[in-house]
Write a protein that binds this ligand. Structure first.
Ligand code: PLP
Length: 387
């Protein structure tokens, strides 16, 4: 008998014992500033829908129009018959928006990141990544045949020491769990000598820079490879790898997640093009976020656990994993939805509530959150002292 059963039950037990077990909760109606869970409404401070597009009616209509024009599924991988005019139009609008020669489409950011590293990195190559990069990047780095080294989070001096020869340096533009920005200009300078630079801007695209062009545009750098995703500020799903002509040709031939996977539905590609247009022209969404962020800073800066960020991702540090779950539950009782983020997603002892703001929130909701977090933290501390 293979050892699967024993291994599975041991791993599950270990997760439970360490109080790190996770479960999926079914949201009955979501994707707006409020969601419904077990028939109770909650203000949603957990989504990545930064610009409030996930439930936008105009965007829904664009997707429906895409279905009228192109039908439902793409029916095949891009190199067979899955690539339609909707995909070509989307690639063209991405190139125009972000200033790259090529855009290669993927069904998710996870697969885009893995495709880049698996297809590009070969034995003897050096891959250098920020320690806090997303699981899709770290996992691909571990399993690809290149040598992977990691530098301390945002530590330029450590990066310099780690990059012992030419290679590929990879960072996120905005870090998903900490909400802080990578020092893109400094890293770019370092890679200019004999390396390439790749930025995963899943959380910066749409939110930062002129017309929402993201972290790189905001820092005035152009990496060799830029990954943008459509499941966060753009309100949909999927991703693109932005690069030059030759690299685009290479990925078209060798990026297996692109070549051997059904292309995204053409209606979705059509909707993403529409979303890009909205992101570019509706500056009011970013202005609204800025206003909410300023309120957040004012209300939260006096609370223990507050961490200042320049993005709508606002980690609120708790430390202990168990307490972070208790606090999230207490907040849920008060009608506020926040997810406790625990190891292994973040480092041991760095459990947190990950607060995210979206253009659909209002100032009163941010004020209410500040009061509620203060109360929930006290309530849980009191409970843990007594029992
Ligand atoms: C930094 C980063 N990169 C990539 C991804 C994966 O993107 P997707 O959700 O489109 O697979 C995520 C998702 O959470 C992310 O935070």
């Amino acid at each position: 008998m293979p050892p699967f059963n024993t291994r599975i039950s041991k791993q599950l037990e270990k997760r439970l014992d360490s109080r790190l077990s996770r479960s999926i909760r079914t949201i009955e109606a979501g994707n707006t500033a409020s969601l419904s869970f077990q028939s109770k409404r909650h203000v949603n401070f957990s989504s990545n829908d930064y610009l409030g597009l996930a439930a936008d009616k105009t965007l829904s209509q664009a997707w429906q129009r895409g279905i009228d024009l192109y039908g439902n599924g793409s029916g095949a991988s891009p190199l067979v018959t899955g690539f339609s005019k909707a995909h070509a139009d989307l690639e063209a609008s991405l190139c125009d928006w972000l200033g790259f020669e090529r855009a290669i489409l993927f069904s998710s950011g996870f697969s885009a990141n893995q495709a880049v590293l698996f297809s590009l990195m070969k034995e003897g190559d050096l891959l250098v990544q920020d320690k806090l990069n997303h699981a899709s990047l770290i996992e691909a780095g571990i399993h690809c045949s290149a040598t992977m080294k990691r530098f301390r989070h945002n530590d330029i001096e450590h990066l310099k020491r780690t990059l012992t020869s030419g290679g590929l340096v990879v960072t996120e533009g905005v870090f998903s769990m900490d909400g802080d920005l990578a020092p893109l200009a400094d890293i770019h300078d370092i890679t200019q000598v004999n390396s390439w630079f790749m930025v995963d801007d899943a959380h910066g695209i749409g939110v930062l820079g002129e017309e929402g062009r993201g972290s790189c545009h905001s820092a005035n750098v152009k990496p060799e490879i830029l990954v943008v995703t459509f499941g966060k500020a753009l309100g949909l799903s999927g991703a693109a790898v932005m690069c030059n002509q030759d690299l685009g040709d290479y990925f078209t031939q060798f990026a297996r997640h692109h070549v051997y996977s059904t292309a995204m539905p053409p209606s979705l590609a059509h909707a993403i093009s529409h979303s890009i247009e909205m992101v570019r022209t509706q500056q009011w969404r970013r202005d609204k976020l800025a206003e909410l962020q300023s309120e957040y800073q004012q209300r939260f800066s006096m609370l223990d656990g507050y961490i200042e960020t320049e993005t709508p991702i606002k980690p609120f540090l708790i430390g202990d994993s168990g307490a972070s779950v208790q606090i999230a539950m207490a907040l849920s009782d008060m009608g506020l939805w926040l997810t406790a983020i625990r190891p292994p997603t973040v480092a041991k002892g760095a459990a947190r509530l990950r607060v995210t703001l979206t253009a659909n929130h209002n100032i009163n909701q941010v004020k209410a959150l500040a009061n509620a977090i203060g109360q929930a933290v006290e309530k849980v501390a009191e409970w843990n002292r007594r029992f």
